[in-house]
Ligand binder design. Structure first.
Ligand code: BJW
Length: 243
């Protein structure tokens, strides 16, 4: 990591993926024991799948929602370290997560963008209203806003759909001086391209992951191991340099 001017700290953008929640008990997607080893993307994670068989897609997200709300699922030291970093970082800060779980919020993160949506929210395709929803959804679920039925869907971003808050993310990446990618395989765009955008902004780029990601060579600094260990250690080292 290059010298850090504590009186003028770089704007910090952090990107997280499924790997940060693995040790909290939530599955990743592309690991050998991951979600895509059990279900096909085309069956559950595209708008076409939802149009073809909404109950199949609802069942997939209902099961994951029940899992997330179950006892024993809680933020791990990786999530907590990022909440502490947000609190103590003396400069601009944005945490962008691809995860639809709420473990960053439960750990205390607030400057947070859920670019692929949120499992505990539902959206009405008729009136566009977004509501918090912790129970199961079905094609018969009525929208609490317009009372219409048949339009409720999980508030998540499927393949072929535009991720949320891209303008805010792009603006943060343009200002960014330090970019840290955590627990993501780098397979899914546009998130996989953020490191290149950060490099264009002359940011220092850091990868924290269990193993090298698809774009590992684009990171100037790399640390490999479980997120619950390497994220707190990285945050500690970084904050020490701001004091
Ligand atoms: C640990 C660990 C531990 C394990 N500690 N680490 C051809 C070329 C380029 C792009 C495209 C293309 N064809 C189509 C596209 C676009 C497409 C895309 O990228 N496809 C690729 C497959 C090629 N993307 C889209 O369609 C996106 N929209 C879009 O592009 O809109 C147009 C646009 C244009 C221009 C600008 C902006 C937009 C939408 C993507 C939607 C992704 N949706 C999903 C599912 C929905 C939510 C859900 O159900 O949860 O999001 S797919 C799934 O993958 C999920 C994740 O958020 C996403 C990323 O996965 P992630 O987080 O990286 O997980 P894994 O499992 O892949 O990796 C985990 C990592 O953790 C691994 O490396 C492990 O080693 C590590 N790990 N344990 C630390 N303990």
């Amino acid at each position: 990591m290059p010298e850090l001017d504590a009186s003028n700290p770089p704007a910090l953008v952090i990107l997280t993926g499924a790997g940060i929640s693995k040790e909290s008990g939530l599955d990743t997607f592309r690991d050998a024991d991951g979600i895509w080893a059990r279900v096909r993307i085309e069956d559950v994670a595209t708008p076409e799948a939802f149009a073809r068989d909404p109950e199949r897609v609802h069942a997939f997200y209902n099961a994951r929602r029940r899992g997330l709300c179950g006892a024993g699922i809680a933020p791990n030291p990786g999530h907590r370290a990022l909440a502490r970093l947000e609190q103590d970082w003396p400069g601009e800060f944005l945490l962008v997560t691809q995860n639809i779980d709420d473990l960053h919020e439960r750990a205390g993160s607030a400057k947070l963008v859920h670019m692929h949506g949120e499992l505990l929210k539902a959206r009405c395709e008729r009136c566009d209203a977004v509501h918090r929803h912790e129970g199961d959804l079905s094609a018969a679920t009525a929208c609490p806003g317009c009372a219409g039925r048949g339009g409720i869907r999980p508030h998540v971003v499927w393949f072929g759909e535009m991720p949320f808050e891209m303008e805010r993310i792009d603006a943060a990446l343009r200002r960014c001086g330090l970019f840290v990618s955590i627990g993501t395989s780098g397979n899914v765009y546009p998130a996989a391209g953020f490191v290149q955008q950060a490099l264009l902004s002359r940011a220092h780029t850091v990868e924290l992951n269990l193993e090298p990601s698809e774009g590992a060579s684009l990171f100037r600094e790399r640390h490999y191991g479980p997120a619950s260990e390497i994220v707190p250690a990285f945050v500690e080292r970084l904050l020490r340099r701001t004091r």
